[in-house]
Each structure stands twice: as structure tokens, then as C-alpha cells.
Design a protein around this ligand. Structure first.
Ligand code: SF4
Ligand code: SF4
Length: 340
């Protein structure tokens, strides 16, 4: 994150806006990954609906509605997730250039189950993030039909970021993360590699959940690997943050700066993009950890960036109240009566 971006994000927070907008662009996905949080029963909270039951949009209706949302919220960064956003690749062909024209950074998170158009690499603010969960045997078992063979074909000619969610199953072999990193570092399309760890819901017992010892190993191993493989684009502070994620959504800068909307473009996903009741103490989301590391940054002895953030957020809430407070000309008849 550049200084200019931090200042712009700070400006958004002071004005009561959230600098990041995350949108589940579609409810559809051709994959059925075990442990996928988007299709969990409680993902959308008390709405009583699952993502697959939600109505979503397509065609120019979808494009115009997303652009309206963006113009309303004026985020600096938009994450397009799913389902798999590439299900709506025709709409993306209209939407992505429009977002680029608005100088908005976009992360498009996909399984690359279909071809990523090479022309998209000309859009300067776009990062195509391809989820690759492990080496070929484990990945293919989890993420068919987006197999290694298909991904390698579908990313030809397109720069991508590889994102791997580390699971307990990958920890059976000490060299696993290095084998993975070596494979993807050797591909010319891969600009950078990111790792997250699997984030469970509270009380869950998924086979993917890392033990405390495995998390500690991941921290040590990533700190080592980033020195050997420069495509691992994760600063040491970020990797360290894996060992001390936010204790709750209230402490999570990522959750507090991101507005997450589901496929009907109305339903809010709370408390963060995982929805439901995520176990913050085991959060391994890379974006969250990056902002945790920013929040830990000491501006002065005893004054961390998160303190400035909290004060700025309070100011922003005050600004919103002022904005929505009725002016004398717009007071409701009831308020006029009360005032009298
Ligand atoms: S590709 Fe993503 S949205 Fe689709 S099932 Fe897998 S994890 Fe879930
Ligand atoms: S699970 Fe992670 S991203 Fe979600 S609120 Fe907790 S710490 Fe933040």
C-alpha cells in the first residue's frame, strides 16, 4: 500500500465512508469446494437465506447496479468475489473498464475455471487473483473443474496473482509450501503469490483447520520462503500478524473498513466477508492481516496507527450524523411540533 493510498483511505474514513467495497457478483459457481464459506447456511446471517437462494442480476442490469453502488459509496478498492465472478465474464467486460476509468483498484477473485481474457491485463488498476489451493493432487481433488490443467491453459498471456489458502491437509509434508511456491514462481504469468490460512467459523471442526503448532510453523516457513522466492508478496509484519489476528470484529480494521454485499447487491454480509460467526482468533485472511500489520505500526511510542484509525472512525460517524441530521428547512412536522 502506498502512502498516497493510505491518505486517500484515511480521507474516506474521516468522511464516514468505507474505503473498500466487496461484492459477491453472482450466486453461481461451477465449483463445490469443501470448506467454502460463501455457501455455508449461516453466511448471510439472520436473513434466513443462503447465497444460492438469493436473487442476483445479470446483463446490463448488473453492470448499471454495480456502478450505481460504486458511485454512491466511492470506494478506493473494489473486490469482486462470488460465487465465481467469471460466471459473469460478459458483464465484467463492460464493468472492469468503467471501474478502471474511475481509478478504482479492483481485485477479481476467481478459480480461473474459464479463460481470463488477456486484454484485461491492459487495465492498470486490475489484479486478477486466482485461487490455487495446494499442489495439483490436493487442489484438483478440492477444486474440480478448475483443475491445474485448466488453470494453466486459462491464464496464458494474463498476469495473475496466485492466492493459496493453507489448510491442515497441506501440513502433512514440511516441504509442501516450498514445493507450491517453487512451482508457481516458475510460471511467467504469476506476478505475485499470496497465502492465507483457513478461517473457520466459531466451534467448527473442519478438517482444514490448522492447529496452533501448524500456524506457528506456517509463520516461520513463510518468513523463510519470502527471502528465497521474491514472488511471495507478503511483508514480514503481515506474516507475523498470522500469530496474533484481531480478537473480534470490533478490533478488526478490515471488517470496519469494508462494506461486503451479497449477490442481490443489498444484503450485507457481516461481520466481515466470511459472514456467519467467524472465529477471529483463527483468522488467516491475508487482507485482514495486512491491515492488522498497518494498525500495529507505531507512529510514536505508545501511539499505533490503529489509535488514529479509531479516532478517525469516530469522526466519520459524527460526519454521517451531521449529514443526515435534519436542517431547519427539512425538519419533519413531528419534530416541529415537539420543538414547539
Ligand atoms: S470457487 Fe470459491 S465460491 Fe466457488 S465453491 Fe470454491 S471457494 Fe466457494
Ligand atoms: S474473521 Fe477475520 S476478517 Fe472477519 S472479523 Fe474476524 S478478524 Fe476480521
Amino acid at each position: 500500500m502506498r502512502n498516497r493510498d493510505v491518505l486517500r483511505a484515511w480521507g474516506r474514513i474521516l468522511s464516514g465512508r468505507r474505503p473498500v467495497l466487496s461484492i459477491e457478483l453472482t450466486r453461481e459457481c461451477p465449483l463445490r469446494c469443501p470448506g467454502c464459506y460463501a455457501y455455508e447456511d449461516h453466511h448471510l446471517g439472520s436473513a434466513g437465506l443462503t447465497l444460492r437462494q438469493l436473487s442476483d442480476y445479470r446483463g446490463s442490469d448488473l453492470v448499471q447496479r454495480v456502478l450505481r453502488l460504486v458511485d454512491e459509496h466511492q470506494p478506493l478498492h473494489v473486490s469482486l468475489v462470488g460465487g465465481d465472478p467469471l460466471v459473469r465474464y460478459r458483464e465484467l467486460e463492460q464493468l472492469l473498464p468503467e471501474l478502471s476509468r474511475r481509478r478504482i483498484h479492483v481485485h477479481l477473485v476467481t478459480s480461473a475455471f474459464r479463460r481470463v481474457p488477456p486484454e484485461w491485463s491492459r487495465l492498470p488498476q486490475l489484479t486478477v487473483v486466482v485461487s490455487v489451493d495446494g499442489l495439483e493432487p490436493e487442489h484438483d481433488a478440492r477444486r474440480k473443474p478448475a483443475t491445474y490443467e485448466r488453470i494453466l491453459k486459462n491464464i496464458q498471456g494474463t498476469p495473475i496473482t496466485v492466492h493459496c489458502t493453507i489448510t491442515a491437509q497441506m501440513m502433512q509434508r514440511a516441504s509442501y509450501l516450498e514445493e507450491f511456491t517453487a512451482f508457481w514462481s516458475a510460471r511467467e504469468e504469476v506476478q505475485r503469490i499470496w497465502f492465507s490460512t483457513f478461517t473457520p467459523q466459531q466451534g467448527a471442526a473442519d478438517a482444514e483447520i490448522l492447529s496452533r503448532e501448524q500456524r506457528a510453523f506456517v509463520v516461520r516457513e513463510l518468513l523463510r520462503l519470502r527471502q528465497v522466492y521474491p514472488r511471495i508478496a507478503m511483508r514480514p509484519e503481515l506474516i507475523d500478524a498470522l500469530g496474533h489476528p484481531p480478537k473480534s470484529p470490533e478490533e478488526c480494521i478490515f471488517a470496519r473498513t469494508t462494506l461486503s454485499l451479497s449477490a442481490d447487491l443489498t444484503t450485507r454480509i457481516t461481520p466481515c466477508q466470511f459472514g456467519g460467526s467467524p472465529d477471529c482468533s483463527q483468522c488467516g485472511c491475508m487482507a485482514t492481516l495486512a491491515l492488522t500489520a498497518v494498525g500495529d505500526y507505531k507512529i510514536l511510542p505508545g501511539l499505533a496507527a490503529r489509535h488514529i484509525f479509531s479516532v478517525s472512525e469516530l469522526i466519520g460517524k459524527g460526519v454521517i450524523r451531521l449529514r443526515s441530521a435534519p436542517t431547519p428547512d427539512t425538519e419533519s412536522p413531528l419534530e416541529e411540533r415537539n420543538a414547539a
